[in-house]
Design a protein around this ligand. Structure first.
Ligand code: BG6
Ligand code: MG
Length: 218
């Protein structure tokens, strides 16, 4: 088997921004008069901003018109941006930088494939932009995960066929997107939350090029 490129989701794989999304959505929920419990947060992972808002409103049993929805999504994003503006490279998850550096020295191409429209700003804040050969974010795709568009665009920008790409994802919507793209997949997190990945690992702390080779290059 021949892996020529690795595609990384951002939120939950490279950095733990899920808690910032959760705090921002929690504020919107309390302004609307209900509590958004942490147990529901898993459903927001990998899902676009407007789809996240729909889930939030469903949890709160709230019906509003599209223009109000746009205002709420904008307000949530302003809150979220105020948190990510404070991010530093210290927030990169353990082992990520070393793994990216190893991949580059082994000649494996690297892309980001994120649903977030804030992905470029986050990469800039954590000073990781230069580690990626291509960046596909929520501004470059028209159909959200689980549609494969984000990863297929990443593969095309790298000039690598989908079957030679490996995706790292922490959300079920992202794993489904990678599967729909015909790519190899490693889930990041707990196996019970991540169905249909080739393998699931807790993170990059104890995962390096040797482990990757043992899984895919023999
Ligand atoms: C994904 C997150 O990466 O980006 C989702 O996992 C989020 O929780 C989505 O809703 C969209 O992010 P943004 O920054 O465009 O609102
Ligand atoms: Mg994610």
């Amino acid at each position: 088997m021949n892996i020529k490129a690795c595609l990384f989701d951002l939120d939950g794989v490279v950095v733990d921004t899920a808690r910032y999304h959760f705090i921002a959505w929690g504020k919107i929920a309390s302004e609307l008069g209900f509590n958004f419990p942490e147990t529901e947060n898993e459903r927001l992972k990998g899902v676009s901003r407007m789809a996240s808002l729909d889930i939030l409103l469903e949890v709160g049993h709230i019906n509003i018109d599209p223009s109000q929805k746009n205002l709420l999504a904008e307000r949530k994003n302003n809150l979220y941006v105020s948190y990510i503006n404070e991010m530093t490279p210290d927030e990169i998850l353990p082992g990520v930088i070393q793994f990216l550096d190893e991949l580059r020295s082994e000649g494996i191409l690297i892309a980001l494939g994120s649903a977030s429209k804030n992905a470029t700003a986050i990469l800039d804040k954590i000073k990781l932009t230069e580690k990626f050969d291509a960046v596909i974010d929520g501004n470059k795709v028209s159909i959200a995960k689980p549609d494969p568009e984000v990863f297929l665009k990443g593969a095309a920008e790298l000039g690598v066929r989908p079957e030679s790409c490996l995706v790292f994802e922490d959300a079920q919507a992202g794993i489904d997107a990678a599967r729909n793209a015909g790519m190899h997949i490693i889930g990041i997190g707990q196996p019970e939350n991540l169905k249909n990945a080739d393998f699931v690992i807790p993170g990059f702390q104890n995962f390096n090029f040797n482990e990757l080779s043992a899984l895919y290059f023999q």
